[in-house]
Design a protein around this ligand. Structure first.
Ligand code: ADP
Length: 155
């Protein structure tokens, strides 16, 4: 069974993340959404809230688990028995950063392979930081995030 982990901050999870995740579950037997956090640095949403919103947003998608981790992604992957990291690519700007990250991760753990899925055009402008910016300016985020996230953030 090929287990993939889909690591990220997911602060908050967006429709772009969900699209990559859905495609990932069609390729791998199990995809673990791995929410990374740093206990020394507060995120926008606490990690338990991010996890809860992801769980509500992935209801109905098969083969998905949601977990959180602190520290190196490759160490978490080892713990899960995963040798695949799933990542999404929106534009060439993502590519430069992602290539460096993938090479770093393989240098740390040579069994790990990063698989990139390309975002659909309708999602490639969506980012968690963009969502936070819209929210801070009282804008409507409901077209960009799953319904449970919109409900939580706009209440
Ligand atoms: P990180 O802090 O690790 O970049 P993110 O939560 O921002 O975590 O993103 C996790 C992964 O999802 C990254 O591979 C990122 O490129 C991808 N991603 C983010 N937004 C989108 C989107 N709109 N479409 C496709 N992939 C995306």
């Amino acid at each position: 069974m090929t287990i993939a982990i889909y690591p990220g901050s997911f602060d908050p999870i967006t429709n772009g993340h969900i699209d990559i995740l859905k495609s990932g579950t069609e390729i791998f037997e199990k995809v673990i959404v791995a929410v990374s956090y740093n206990s020394q640095k507060a995120g926008f949403l606490p990690v338990d809230v991010r996890e809860k919103l992801i769980r509500e947003s992935v209801e109905g998608i098969r083969n998905v688990e949601v977990m959180s981790f602190e520290g190196l992604t490759v160490e978490f992957a080892k713990k899960c028995g995963a040798e695949v990291l799933l990542r999404g690519l929106r534009t060439s700007l993502d590519f430069e950063y992602e290539m460096q990250l993938a090479q770093t991760n393989t240098s740390l753990y040579n069994r790990i392979k990063t698989i990139f899925l390309i975002s659909k055009p309708e999602y490639n402008f969506i980012s968690s930081s963009g969502i936070r910016e819209i929210l801070m300016n009282n804008g409507d985020i409901s077209n960009f995030v799953p319904a449970p996230v919109a409900q939580y953030l706009m209440k």
